[in-house]
Design a protein around this ligand. Structure first.
Ligand SMILES: Nc1ncnc2c1ncn2[C@@H]1O[C@H](COP(=O)(O)OP(=O)(O)O)[C@@H](O)[C@H]1O
Ligand SMILES: Cc1ncc(COP(=O)(O)OP(=O)(O)O)c(N)n1
Length: 269
């Protein structure tokens, strides 16, 4: 019998009890993209589709222990980071990144507004992690917090991507899910020394919870499959748009609900 090893992706981030974003969205995305997901839990967030009520932070030794358990055993081909509840937790990940143990690192620099005490310290710690990232995927608000100026327009997004690349990651996508410019959902990309935009039809949708998680997790999963970075970005952009479209009739929770990354509601052709 020939043994087979599926591509393994490690997601390092927070548990979202609603299931819509965070580790839960990452694992669904890895499964949808045909990759096996392992996790390192950085925090447990009590939230639903309306709001976050509470955040329980995992201590640095607990994060370090999970990293060791996974990395000592599984052939991790790509890593995605999401939410951290403190700068100390990022320190454990940074140590592994510096040691070269986190291949194809995709950093989604999540900066939650609710339940977090030290947003500025988390942003500063993420800045130290970014040089080890292959890809970073901040949204406009996260890019603004990292750079210290307001990223508002598409031109600002391109400028932000260029500035963030100078801090380390080889590819930066500043996502514009909340930016309404005509009929397009526009992201600014800095890739291989060039700036460009990725564009797809903007879907008028109530359910967009976890869009950023799905986008960055899909990039990591495609990298684990061996895609070139630009191909992984293009794939992820298509997947997230399709997932938002397919969830447009979903009613899960009374706030903005999750998206259909698995294609359960996709029209049967
Ligand atoms: N309504 C939408 N229609 C199509 N694509 C969208 C929509 N909202 C977000 N996206 C896409 O989803 C991805 C994640 O973007 P964004 O929503 O900015 O992330 P975050 O959830 O981190 O704020 C981007 O590629 C963005 O363009
Ligand atoms: C635990 C946890 N909560 C929230 C997020 C943010 O997810 P993201 O997809 O980046 O943003 P929304 O689309 O949900 O606003 C997370 N990564 N982890």
């Amino acid at each position: 019998m020939t043994e087979v090893t599926p591509p393994v992706v490690l997601s390092i981030g927070g548990s979202d009890s609603s299931g819509g974003s965070g580790l839960q969205a990452d694992l669904r995305t890895f499964a949808a993209v045909g990759a096996y997901g392992a996790t390192v839990v950085t925090a447990v967030v009590a939230k639903n589709t309306r709001a976050a009520a509470d955040v329980l932070e995992m201590t640095p030794p607990v994060i370090a222990g999970q990293l060791k358990a996974v990395l000592d055993d599984l052939p991790v081909a790509a890593v995605k980071t999401g939410m951290f509840a403190s700068a100390d937790g990022i320190g454990e990940v940074l140590a592994r990144a510096k040691a070269g143990a986190l291949p194809n690192l995709v950093v989604d620099p999540v900066l939650l507004n609710e339940g977090i005490k030290s947003r500025r310290q988390i942003a500063m710690a993420l800045e130290r992690l970014l040089p080890y990232a292959l890809v970073a995927t901040p949204n406009r608000e996260e890019a603004s917090a990292l750079l210290g100026w307001q990223v508002a327009t598409p031109a600002d997004m391109a400028q932000a991507a260029r500035e963030l690349v100078s801090g380390g990651p080889q590819y930066v996508v500043v996502t514009g899910g909340d930016l309404v410019v005509g009929t397009e959902a526009l992201d600014a990309v800095w890739a291989a020394g060039e700036e460009r935009y990725m564009s797809a039809p903007r879907i008028t949708a109530r359910n967009v919870l976890g869009s950023g998680a799905v986008f960055s997790a899909a990039i990591a999963a495609r990298l684990a499959h061996g895609d070139a970075v630009v191909d992984a970005l293009t794939y992820a952009k298509g997947l997230v748009g399709r997932a938002i479209q397919d969830a447009s009739d979903w009613r899960l929770g009374s706030g903005p609900g999750p998206i259909d990354v698995c294609g359960w509601s996709a029209p049967v052709i």
